[in-house]
Structure formats: C-alpha cells, structure tokens
Design a protein around this ligand. Structure first.
Ligand code: NAD
Length: 337
C-alpha cells in the first residue's frame, strides 16, 4: 500500500532533522511517498507568504503532514504559522507523549504519561485579548464550549482504550475559573461515565504540577484545556529529559499534523548536531495514525536500542559525541539488523 504525506521541512534545524527522519522512515519500508511543501521563513522568501495557500491545499489533499519546526518572525504582525495550521484544519487534539528513554539525564526513570491538550479554545483565542487605549487595562477572555470540551475528553478516553491505558485524569481550575474550567470539568465527569473500564479522577492544575514533580507514576493519560495542557506537557517533557525527545501530534477530523515539540533552534542550525529523536517519535506516532502500529513500535524500539547501545552515535544534547546523521545511521542499522 502506498500513501503520500505532505512534508514541511521547516526552518533552522528543520531540514537537518527532516532529512534524518525521512532516511529512517525509508529504512522502515512503510510505502510512504513525500510531497514537499513550503511554510515558514522559506515560504516567506520564496512566495512572500509564511503559509501559502498551495501548502494548505496539499495538506488537505493528503490529510497527513510531517512538519519540521517553523520560525515565526518577531514583530511585523505575523501570526504564528503553527496556530494558523491548527485553526485552519481544526486540529483540536494536541497529543504529547512523555516517555523515558535510556541514558538521558532526568529526575525519573520509566515515565510514560500522555497529555491530551485541547488545541483550539480556552485562553488562546486572539479574539478574546484586548488592551485599553491608554494601555492600563488588559483583558483576556477564555472561551470553552461544551462541543470543544466533549470532543477532547472523548478523544482522551478513546485513546486510553485504544492504547490499553488504565486511567484518565481531568485537570482543571474549576474552583476559581467556575465557568470556563467548570464547564470542562462537568463534561469530563459526564463522559467518564461512558467508560467504566477506565479509572477516572480529577485534579486541580496547581496540585497537578506538584504531584507530577513529587510522584509522576500516579499519572497515565491527562486531559485538559489549552493553556494548562501547554504548560503541563512541557513539565512532563522535563520529567523525561527535555524537549529533544518530545513529539507533538495535532489531530483533527479531516487532517493530522505530526511535529517535534521543540522549535527551530537557531543557535545550533547548520551545525549538524540537532537531535532528530523528537521528530522521529512524531513520525512513529504518524505511523500509528496510518494504521502501521507495528512499524511505529519498531521505530520506537530502534531509537531505544540505539540510545542504550550506541552511545557514541547520539547527539551532544544526550551526552553523546555524534551528529544528526550518525544518530540516524545508527537507528537505520538497528532497523536493518
Ligand atoms: P527551541 O526549542 O528552538 O530551542 C530551545 C533550546 O533547545 C535551544 O538551546 C536549542 O538549541 C535546543 N534544542 C531545540 N531542539 C533541539 C534538538 N532537536 N536537538 C538539540 N537541541 C535542541 O526554542 P526557541 O529558541 O524558544 O525558539 C526558536 C524558534 O522556534 C522561534 O522562532 C519559535 O517561534 C520557534 N518555535 C517553533 C515551534 C514549532 O514549529 N512547533 C515550537 C517552538 C518554537
């Protein structure tokens, strides 16, 4: 079976880690073809637009995209390309797995937490943000809907069922944000009743931060609103050794975009030392999404084996002496073994 995906190489380290990732995907023999499309600084230079319509059309056509990090120029009134993509394709579920890998410097071992973040509502709506003319009063309106809360909570429970997970924790601040967070919590309680086989609990967001640091093993799947999910998923990435190992899946009804959580890392761009693992793990999640779960698992295992046994080949951020390409070469060798 052959499937074409849209590929956005991205800015900064994007092209380096994308080249490495596609080489590994080819070694997995997934039958994928790549349709390269422009977005970010490359697109601005070539087409005068950070996100050309042709790029949106091709993602819509293929329904699945693998995306490198994009730089949003500061100043000049540019809207983040990432936010625009999420809105355009209504990518309401942002799924961020945080899994421990061997040989990384981190506080805990054997962490395996999935954060499911609502990606389109809450405090992140630009329409709800105003500043008075005299600059004295800033307002930010969080807007959650029953529909938006229902679909994200349902997504989290369905993911838990599909992946054989045991527990879903709804994280909120309904004691203070009585309407926006209260609606989300009520909906979460309602939907939880439909999944008696999955344990459900609820936790206030500030306590969740402390509990994650004190005893992360009590968490399995976390579902929460946009802002809390943004913060908690980075906290979880920190628990397993940082952003170099954190994939982010943006899922909607009509399209899905898989990416690394980290940015374009301009400080190391062009040096050949960027860690390709976050994008590789996003590619593994993409294979799951394309019903190639065994291939996704094989890729995760090859990354794990490489990090355990081929320490010299891994990139400096993981304590190795290797490069982006030596890391990819070692993973390809493991896949061939
Ligand atoms: P960043 O994630 O690019 O970099 C933070 C630090 O982590 C840097 O020291 C960098 O060298 C390091 N780092 C990041 N990825 C790495 C990797 N794969 N291997 C080794 N080290 C890595 O964050 P930033 O510097 O705040 O942002 C840079 C640019 O990226 C900004 O323009 C920002 O808007 C953009 N950005 C894009 C996305 C995205 O496209 N999803 C996400 C975050 C930031």
């Amino acid at each position: 079976m052959s499937k074409t995906i849209a590929v956005i190489p991205g800015d900064g380290i994007g092209p380096e880690i994308m080249t490495a990732t596609l080489r590994v995907l080819d070694a997995l023999d997934c039958g994928l073809s790549y349709d390269f499309v422009d977005a970010g600084m490359v697109a601005l230079e070539k087409h005068g637009d950070l996100l050309p319509k042709a790029t949106l059309d091709r993602i819509a056509e293929h329904k699945v995209a693998l995306k490198g990090p994009l730089t949003t120029p500061i100043g000049g009134g540019f809207t983040s390309v990432n936010v625009t993509l999420r809105r355009h394709f209504d990518l309401y579920a942002n799924v961020r797995p945080a899994v421990s890998f061997p040989g990384t410097r981190s506080r805990y071992e054997n962490i395996d937490i999935i954060t499911v973040r609502e990606n389109t509502e809450g405090a992140y709506r630009s329409e709800g943000q105003t500043l008075s003319e005299d600059g004295e009063i800033a307002e930010s309106v969080a807007r959650n809907t029953r529909k938006g809360s229902s679909r994200i909570v349902r997504y989290a429970f369905e993911l838990a069922v599909k992946k054989g997970r045991k527990k879903v924790t709804a994280v909120h601040k309904a004691n203070i944000l009585k309407t926006s967070s209260g609606l989300f919590l009520n909906v979460a309680r309602e939907i939880a009743r439909e999944y008696p086989q999955i344990e459900f609990n609820e936790m206030i967001v500030d306590n969740t931060c402390m509990q994650l640091v004190m005893n992360p093993y009590q968490f399995d799947v976390i579902v929460t609103t946009n802002l809390f999910g943004d913060i908690l998923s980075d906290l979880c990435a920190g628990l397993v050794g940082g952003l170099g190992l954190a994939p982010g899946d943006n899922i909607g009804e009509g399209a899905a975009i898989f990416e690394a959580v980290h940015g374009s890392a301009p400080d190391i761009a062009g040096k050949g030392i960027a860690n390709p693992c976050a994008l590789l793990l996003a590619a593994a999640d993409m294979l799951d999404h394309l019903d190639m779960v065994a291939k996704g698992d094989r890729l995760r295992q090859a990354i794990r084996d490489t990090m355990t046994n081929d320490r010299d080949s891994v990139t400096p951020d993981l304590g190795g002496k290797g490069s982006t390409s030596s890391f990819a070469d070692a993973i390809v060798k493991r896949l061939a073994a």
